[in-house]
Design a protein around this ligand. Sequence first.
Ligand SMILES: Cc1ncc(COP(=O)(O)O)c(C=O)c1O
Length: 387
Amino acid sequence: MLNPSLRSQVEPFRVMQMLDIIHQRSREGKDTIMLCAGQPSTGAPRPALEAVSEALFDEPLGYTEVVGDARLREAVADWHSNTYGVDTSPGQVIITTGSSGAFSNAFLALLDHGDRVAITAPGYPAYRNILASLGAEITYLKVGAETRFQATATMLEELAEKGEKPKLVIVTSPGNPTGTIIDPAELERIARWCEDNGCALISDEDYHGISFGRPTVTARQFSDDAIVVGTLSKYFSMTGWRVGWMIVPENLVEPLTNLQASLSLCAPAVSQVAGVAAFGEASISELNDHVERYREARAVLLEELPKLGLDTYADPDGGLYLWLNVEKLTDDSEELAHRWVEEIGVAVAPGIDFDPFEGHKWVRLSLCTPADETREACRRIASWISR
Ligand SMILES: Cc1ncc(COP(=O)(O)O)c(C=O)c1O
């Protein structure tokens, strides 16, 4: 029997186990309200589908350039420049297989074994799993409501003072699982700190486009050295198409291209065709309607949860989630999540996936579920609590 490597011993993603339970329930004819999904329930915008249906017959759809189809690189660069008023050239854009592909490539390009990386807890679990498998030293920045669940430059300075200066920092705004948006001035302080301290900054901007009022700024407004990561999976509602991107400083283009050439050759060609059309005006108007639906689901949660006594949560400024404290109900949110799905058919994501320290007191709720179903989920939770 072959033994798997030590580096492959990463933690499971518990929300995927929840999805298995949901599939099993559906086979048994039981309904479930999905508040656990990390993806829009809608498909790709119509112009993207139309572009693909033409390309299927008109284009060979072979490998694209390693760094991505020139049309898509240009679309991403234009979108980035126009949205944020920065000067982003297509030559700095590398198209990847989902933003997940961007993270593994960027980590390989930036880090050697044992290098220290600062990430927040709570935060997106794949960072720590990829980093652990690459042998990076992970330092957690334990963040809470005082800093909108976001990292600060002061935290980085404190690490440096302890002799634990990181080689790389990852900022995620809007956050997963928290939905909080970092204050632009704080992002600027972090970008400056990173430049002054020879530390790389990856700004995960995957949820940009989904904000309920607060401005989302790009790290590249503050530093030409910042690496920005984006995706078609969230705002663009195209999770399964597996297209993401990195916008990188010129000197990293070559090593990242060489790594990508060996790791994946290129992102899926057909999805890149869809991606170009996703940036068009008609797509954007369709996608903005989705954001209005997330806003409605958010409003229902903000109205109903406090009535249930669940009034501690991260401000859901944007993105697709609400990070909810459930310690009034349990000190084991994973068990609570299992009870809710089995007893009342409401699926939430257990917090331990996102925060190894405090996650047992939290769950993540999704804003992707329509408002009426979200209200019904709250009604079921209310009756569960009152039992
Ligand atoms: C913060 C964050 N970054 C990256 C990803 C990866 O997304 P994808 O590979 O679909 O672009 C996700 C997915 O949920 C996420 O939440």
